[in-house]
Design a protein around this ligand. Sequence first.
Ligand SMILES: [Zn+2]
Length: 480
Amino acid sequence: MRITVSVSIQADDDSPAVADDVFTCERTSPLSPDTVGLHLDEAKALLSGVQETMVAEQAKAALAGNAVCLSCGAARRHKDARQIVVRTLFGVVRLSSPRWWQCGCTTHAHATVSPLAAMLPERATPELVYVETKFAALAAYGASARLLTELLPLGRTLHATAIRFHAQAVARRLEDELGAEQAGFIDTCPAQWEELPRPDLPLVVGLDGGYVHSSQQRSRKDGWFEVIAGKVVPAEGKPTCFGYVQTYDTKPKRRLYEALRAHGMQDNQQVTFLTDGGEDIRDLPLYLNPQSEHLLDWFHITMRITVMANMAKSLRPPPPDNDIGDDTPRLDPATEVSEQLERLKWFLWHGNVFRALQTITDITMDVEIAHEGSEQARMAKAIGEFDSYLRANAERIPNYSERRRAGEAISTAFTESAVNQVISKRMVKKQQMRWTPRGAHLLLQVRTRVLNDQLAGDFHRWHPGFTHRPPELEQPAAAA
Ligand SMILES: [Zn+2]
């Protein structure tokens, strides 16, 4: 059988409908799974055929509507024409864009007018840019380019650099929309807060740092740079995330403030920051909100203890001291240290930093008597670092047990850590992924908009005719 698809276009005026055969294909019997329905190549040809016909007719109608002088109705005289190219999801469309002389009945700033070029100023449709950006936010630029080229009749081979260019342009536009940086954002005083409505329960913000490979490596030391990921968790509703590269970003406070405002933060609302206590993010909460408290995220404490517990397993008892005929059984340092680490965790869970530090001293001694070797040295180093970590963050360690009983936040990692969701999955999955601080920062802007289901809304704001599914209908993005 022979299948022909034709497109019929009926203009708004009463002119006769235009019909155009855009696609044909053939099928021979018998029917089989590989001949049922359209093949991908055929579907792509069909779509691009429809697109070409549709755009040509739209351009024709648009030009017809502009062919006469708006003041006197006289036909505009043709000067010349040039070709304009519009990239769409369903092919590269080439249109002849005529240049017409302005009518002499009035004076004009320009002697000529090019209506089509004026109506189509951008060389790519918003939907193409949207789809490219959305994929780039979730998968590597190269993989996104190959996938889109495979599935859509783009009419050209899409390259990773083109996707990156579009995604970065979207990110820059988002960055331009972000207001100016300020020293502080809350300029009301406690007396004024009294008059505000009773705020919602505290907003919880998880702030976390992760590292990505640098493409500007000059020495071993600068092979990595830090990226900050944050997650705002409201008492009710969906958490949102944000991210930035500290060495590149010029407005981290504004970014955080806007992320909180998006959850309806009031000036008198309490904000709880849960972090890993890192030096560089420690200050950020301070100037943001006077009502904020800053605590160590319980998740990070348990992670560090778990890492040490794994190290402890490889500790071995020292050899028996034969010189003094000592054959009494030795305590096994692996068991000893594991038990002490459990106690350490328990003290921290109850906010007892004093007893936690004493326990670290005990562990340090247990590790010292273990069999010397690389395992023992590693364990000694880790417990020493944990000691400094607790001392530096002592005032940020609350009684987690009590907080939990009171229903207060102790961790933002109950769903997924911000750094894993925002950074790791897209930016450090492969060792060969290398970033400039600017490239990483811009990608983070579109990635977080996609993870938050906000990107379609941004495109609606910029392009009211953008017909992608409204954001409220978007499926939560699978951040795989
Ligand atoms: Zn005129």
